[in-house]
Each structure stands twice: as C-alpha cells, then as structure tokens.
Ligand binder design. Structure first.
Ligand SMILES: C[S@@+](CC[C@H](N)C(=O)[O-])C[C@H]1O[C@@H](n2cnc3c(N)ncnc32)[C@H](O)[C@@H]1O
Length: 284
C-alpha cells in the first residue's frame, strides 16, 4: 500500500470513528481490510480505499466495522462487576428508593458480553429490586457486533472465557454447539448501533457507564470529547468504569478517581454536598 493510501485510510478512520492508526500499523490495516476486499471481489486494499474515497457510504461503514478490535469477554477483569454488585447496586437501592428505576450504559459493547455480564450481575440480586425498572443499554459503532450481541448466541470458546460454570448453567441454554442467553437476561438489555463521536443525548441519562477498552484507540482530543459527552449522560452521583489501567488523570476534570487501578471513577458532581457518589461504599 502506498503512503498516500495509508494516509487517506487513516484520516478517514479517525474522522469516522476516532481510531488512530500510525504508519507502523499498515499491516493491521491491510490484514483487517483484506476480508472486505475479497468479499467485494476487488483486487487490493488500495482499490478498496479508492472506492471508499469516492463515496460509497455502505463501503465506508464496512471499512470502519472491519477495522474495529472487538476483543471482549464475560466478566472481563471481573473487579468492576464485583464493585457493581457490592457497592453500586446497594447504594442505588437506597438512593433511588421511591424512583425504583436505574439505567446502565455499556459503551463500546462489542458482541454483548459486557452488557450481558452487567445484566447477570443485576439478576443475581434481583430479589432486592422487586418491581424496579432496570435497563442496560449496549452501544457500539460496529453494526455487525451489535447484530451478534442482539442474537445473544455464544460459542463454547466464548463462554469458557470468564464465565463461571454456575452462571453459565443458570443463564444460558445449550443450542447445538452454542449457548443462548436466557430471556430473563435478554429482556433487560437493549443493543443499538451508535457512534461515540456522534450526539449521545438521545440515549438518555445513566446511573453507571461502562466504557472499557474503547478510549485507548483515540487520541487525547477525541478521548476528552468523548469523556465530556459521557459526563453529561451520567447522573450527578453516577459512576464510570474504564478499562483496568486506562488512566484519565490529567485528561479531564469531569471525573474523580475512586479506584483508578481498577478503572472506577465518579462524576465530579458527586462532590457536591447534596449528592454522595454511587461509587463509594457507605454503611447503609
Ligand atoms: C476492545 S472492544 C471492548 C469491548 C468491551 N467494552 C470490553 O472491554 O470487553 C472495543 C469496542 O469499541 C468499539 N468502538 C470503537 N470506536 C467506537 C466509537 N467511536 N463508537 C462506538 N464504539 C466504538 C469497537 O467497535 C469495539 O467493539
């Protein structure tokens, strides 16, 4: 691929998705785009870039989708899920009380394992929330990942990564060689294709946001813009989960670190005297 083709593709991907590619990632660009090239029966990645440069919205979407790293797993880095169960959910039960409603966003949800893990964590303590309206929303720029997440069908390999056997048997049913998520988990989760660079307001507000292993692909400016948008979606006492070791200190003052080693942050508005952060353990 010529340096000009690389620059065109890298600039397009950054504008569209925030993904930053440096020249040493040329091999990655070629590897990920080759399946699209084959499917369209083009001759080379350069041909694909030429077509995309000329417009072709569907191919542009396919190119962005193909470039996304979608690695994920159930209960990935498990500590945030323990924090959700032992700190955030008990706090929500007390602080929301009469409202009996809460919402959690999984931003960059990939093929759905993270949102389903959140929903299973809530299901496990659902007897504490009788009659509550609970919603987990999973969004991702990749339409193919969102389609897979909505199906809720996982391979043996997928469920072997991070899912305790008890949880597997409790919330999944075997279907041929695969495992299908149960209806009582599925009904809590809504998946939608959505770009974090676009307007996020229509998603509504959330009590907790998971945005793990997504910001890492962005440059500092994009990271800051996305964090500002997420801060506006979060309620005053809300909690933000980032990936382990994804530090945002020095990037934004919208969040305050609660346990940065595990990626737990609180909305800075939780510092106001009237609101105590959901992220902080209190004796209830
Ligand atoms: C490495 S996966 C992380 C999945 C999950 N959050 C986890 O930690 O297990 C990153 C996901 O972020 C998504 N993504 C990247 N840029 C995005 C954007 N601008 N808007 C929405 N999703 C994006 C990718 O499509 C991919 O599915």
């Amino acid at each position: 691929m010529s340096p000009e083709d690389f620059e065109t593709a890298a600039q397009f991907l950054k504008e569209r998705s925030g993904l930053v590619l440096t020249r040493d990632k040329t091999y990655l660009l070629e590897n990920r785009l080759m399946p699209v090239v084959r499917e369209l029966q083009l001759r080379s990645v350069s041909d694909l870039i030429a077509v995309v440069r000329g417009g072709a919205p569907e191919l542009q979407t396919a190119m962005v989708d193909a470039m996304m790293a979608k690695d994920t797993g159930f209960f990935g880095d498990w500590k945030p899920f323990v924090h959700l169960r032992t700190v955030v959910l008990p706090n929500i039960r007390v602080s929301r009380g009469m409202k009996a409603r809460f919402r959690i966003l999984s931003a960059g949800v990939s093929t759905g394992q993270e949102a389903h893990s959140i929903a299973m964590t809530i299901r496990d303590v659902s007897s504490s929330f009788p009659g509550w309206q609970i919603e987990v929303v999973g969004i991702d720029i990749s339409a193919s990942a969102i389609a897979a997440a909505s199906e809720g069908v996982y391979s043996q390999f997928d469920v072997q990564r991070g899912l305790p056997i008890r949880t597997l048997l409790q919330y999944f049913a075997k279907q041929d060689d695969n495992w299908v998520i149960s209806d009582n988990v599925r009904s809590m989760v809504k998946f939608q294709p959505w770009n974090l660079l676009s307007n996020l307001y229509p998603l509504g507000r959330f009590d907790a946001i998971f945005c793990r292993n997504v910001l890492t692909y962005f440059d500092l400016k994009t990271k800051l813009e996305v964090l500002q948008k997420l801060a506006r979606l979060l309620v005053d006492d809300g909690v933000l989960y980032l990936g382990i070791n994804e530090t945002i200190s020095g990037v934004t003052s919208n969040f305050r670190a609660v346990d940065p080693a595990v990626g737990i942050y609180a909305s800075h508005r939780a510092d106001r005297p009237a609101s105590m952060s959901l992220a902080v353990k209190v004796d209830l």
